[in-house]
Design a protein around this ligand. Sequence first.
Ligand code: FAD
Length: 378
Amino acid sequence: MKSYDIVIIGAGIVGLSIAYELRLRNQKLRIAVVEKGTPGKEASWASVGMLEPQLIITQDFLKEENSIQRLFLNLCIESQFIFEEYIRRIEWVSKVNCEYRKEGILKLIPPDETADEKIAWLARIGIRGHYWSPEETEEREPALAEGYSAIHLPGNHQVENRKLVKALTYACKQTQVEILENCAITDFKVVNDAVADVSGPTETFSAAHYVLTAGAWTSQFPGLHGIIPDIRPMRGQIFSMQMPHERFVRHAGSLDDFYYVPRNDGRILIGSTVEDAGFNKSVSNDVTDGFLKKLETIFPNSVYFKAIESWAGLRPVSEDRFPVLGETALGNLYVASGHFRNGILLMPITARLMADMILDQKVSPLIRPFSTARFFRD
Ligand SMILES: Cc1cc2nc3c(=O)[nH]c(=O)nc-3n(C[C@H](O)[C@H](O)[C@H](O)COP(=O)(O)OP(=O)(O)OC[C@H]3O[C@@H](n4cnc5c(N)ncnc54)[C@H](O)[C@@H]3O)c2cc1C
């Protein structure tokens, strides 16, 4: 049996960032991240890396002063606020450029629509947005179809999530966080309301604290039934294409539920779906065709883009769609999962607040509403 101070189960962006934050706080801790496959190759790899706090906020937001939506938006905005500083530190240690882009994200307004309602909504929830007239939009995003205007969200940035998980993996390895690949945890041994050890087919690990960060698989451990709330996979499909040059489309943007994200290497990612399809990661040609038609309406010259590849990833989602963060009924088991469509954005705040909790027993008011307790009140 291998022994550590802290064992983290799942090496996605959430598990890796918590491991690295714990390491920064204490150089002496023996930390292991145990991963069933390759680090960062599930949802965190499939993602597109837009940092958009308002993404899953709905009209219910206005109903209750203290609704979980409001608290969730606070958490996202706080994370957005510390994101750049956090990522610069990881880039410095890992020497990986994570392509953090700050030109802002556009909400497109088709020629026959006005922006008034959308701007009012953003203002009401506290997201800064500036209206660009069709002339301004054409000047700043010249490849767009004629007549589009836009709301420019200057505070919403983007990051190359695959490079970010690579950077985090390097940063962990360089600071002696052990990352154990191809090692699926299947059993949690519970003794006296605490985890005694965790094991897979060939190895057993014991630790003072355990952190469960297994993304869409977080509630797949039979021994933790009634301890970990239900978290299920929500498939998202993405298609990527090569543009003639990297500034052909200059900003990431969206129109209703369709979005596009240009990358520094000249690729453009388009998507996405939100599908309750179990653990099935297949992609469908019909979905891709739908994306291509939408892209062509917005950027007519995209018909000349070269197709590259399509993929799908499984976003972890809880029953109320908000993350599950914090302590569990087992004294030494913590969980950080269910980040759904905002896991990349929420990386720094999750890492910081989870480390506060695990090392200093500090439970920030920012994280408290997201505890497992909300699912087990009875
Ligand atoms: C198409 C798509 C687009 C997205 N776009 C955005 C976006 O623009 N912005 C944003 O903020 N978020 C976005 N997201 C959401 C974001 O990617 C996720 O919320 C985030 O990656 C979740 O991270 P995670 O570490 O919890 O999960 P994962 O990255 O899935 O990591 C979980 C890890 O746990 C491992 N694991 C599972 N079971 C076990 C086990 N038994 N033993 C050991 N290891 C195990 C898995 O192999 C995996 O590596 C998007 C997601 C998708 C799919």
